[in-house]
Ligand binder design. Structure first.
Ligand SMILES: Nc1nc2c(ncn2[C@@H]2O[C@H](COP(=O)(O)OP(=O)(O)OP(=O)(O)O)[C@@H](O)[C@H]2O)c(=O)[nH]1
Ligand SMILES: [Mg+2]
Length: 429
């Protein structure tokens, strides 16, 4: 037996065949199954899996017993035998019974997309909060599928699908898992409270918050590093960042904001994971401004942007002022660049171009400073005049007949809050 010098867990190299079943339901979602499969390859490689082959099937509905058709199961067995695979990874979520049936029929470890993502997260979590959140998500995923995990998990040991809660916990009964979930939720509540206190302090200090959000691998951490010299983990792999990191960013004219990097999003992000990571993602809700970082060079750019918008919606942050940063312009083809929307709120950038970094900070400053509007306030509405002084910066005021014309700089968020009172007094240009 070979003796290795590093004492990591017993690494069994996962050699996998990826499987994608395209059903009518999936076709209706509009998600391109081929792109999804490409992403599954990246996910598998990020998890340290060697991808040997990919099998596809079109079928109206999934087979209740095998998920894929019986004939496909046979094809999978032959491919696995021929290539020496020990794992099959499915691009769609499987039921516990399907996992058990496939494991027994094929003598392979059976993993689905959700489990693969959870596994990557488990390998990444560093902070107490991250670790609790991942374990919570894994157990919530596992609980309804408990009977689905057969002998293979324990027989094969290590590798994907077995990190995190661990083998011994997999074998404990549902009751233990439920107790553990309750305990984890309690611990998470505590962490959340501490985070709340930090936020409260930041709010009181009046610090303006700006959050970097976007699809995984878009370049969020790279931008944080380039803009603030932060020492953060950057990798060309999915979910490099798990825990939010905040740094002070200097804007032109000396103003400072707090810039926060967040966990990346992905399509079909496991629901349990989103729920568990709510505490972390709350950072986005606190932001005064959202920087939506997009990998403009990705063939999945539009789909990825939609995924991000829909997760922002779920978080209740879709209405926040947003700047879209089309990143990686240095590796875009000219026709890709031409197709990108431009105008206010959009920037085409490369995180490695210093001029672009300046343009980003200028746009942040502009966005936070807001627009200049003119209000015509009747002379007897002193309440509205003082409101304007309170929420905006009055640049000029002139009396005209019985009205006062106010020239005011207001940021969108503040204006949004008071527009129900102020909108009818805005002067059209
Ligand atoms: N060519 C090019 N590569 C970039 C640019 N910005 C980031 N990258 C690369 O893209 C990869 C991902 O960058 P990260 O900053 O880790 O991406 P992220 O959005 O933080 O990803 P997660 O934390 O995984 O969600 C790294 O290999 C970066 O070097 C860019 O403007 N141009
Ligand atoms: Mg990152």
């Amino acid at each position: 037996m070979a003796i290795t010098t590093h004492d990591t867990e017993t690494e069994i190299q996962d050699r996998a065949i990826l499987v994608s079943l395209v059903t009518d339901k999936i076709k209706r979602t509009g998600i391109d199954p081929e792109l999804s499969l490409q992403e599954l390859v990246q996910l598998a490689e990020t998890a340290g899996v060697e991808v040997l082959d990919v099998l596809r099937q079109n079928k109206e509905t999934p087979d209740s017993k095998w998920f894929i058709g019986k004939g496909k199961v046979e094809e999978l067995r032959m491919a696995a035998d021929g290539l020496g695979a020990n794992t099959a990874i499915f691009d769609q979520e499987l039921s516990g019974a399907q996992v058990r049936n496939l494991e027994e029929a094929l003598d392979l470890k059976i993993i689905d997309r959700t489990q693969l993502i959870l596994d990557i997260f488990a390998g990444r979590a560093k902070t107490r909060e991250g670790i609790i959140q991942v374990e919570l998500a894994q157990l919530s995923y596992l609980l309804p599928r408990l009977s689905g995990h057969g002998k293979n998990l324990s027989r094969l040991g290590g590798g994907i699908g077995t990190r995190g809660p661990g083998e011994s916990k997999l074998e404990t009964d549902r009751r233990h898992i439920r107790d553990r979930i309750t305990e984890l939720k309690r611990q998470l509540d505590e962490v959340v409270k501490t985070r709340e206190l930090h936020r409260e302090r930041r709010r009181k200090s009046g610090a303006v918050q700006v959050a970097l959000v976007g699809y995984t691998n878009a370049g969020k951490s790279t931008l944080l590093k380039q803009l603030t010299d932060a020492d953060v983990y950057i990798e060309n792999q999915l979910f490099a960042t798990l825990d939010p990191t905040s740094r002070v960013l200097q804007l032109p004219a000396g103003k400072e904001v707090v810039l926060t990097d967040t966990v990346g999003f992905i399509q079909n992000l496991p629901h349990d994971l989103v729920a568990s990571f709510r505490a972390t993602l709350e950072e986005v809700n606190e932001a005064n401004l959202v920087l939506h970082v997009v990998d403009a060079s990705s063939p999945m750019r539009e789909e990825q942007m939609e995924v991000v918008q829909s997760i922002l919606q779920d978080l209740g942050a879709a209405g926040k002022p947003q700047i879209v940063l089309f990143n990686k312009s240095d590796i875009c083809r000219p026709e890709q660049l031409q197709m990108l929307p431009s105008g206010p709120g959009f920037l085409k950038i490369s995180a490695f171009n210093p001029d672009d970094l300046t343009r980003i900070t200028e746009m942040i400053a502009d966005e936070l400073a807001g627009d200049t509007l003119t209000f015509r306030i009747p002379g007897d509405r002193g309440d509205l005049s003082s409101l304007l002084y309170r929420v905006g910066e009055v640049l000029e005021q002139n009396v005209e007949d019985n009205d006062v014309l106010y020239h005011v700089r207001l940021n969108k968020e503040d204006y949004g809050k008071w527009s129900y009172k102020l909108a009818e007094f805005v002067e059209q240009e």
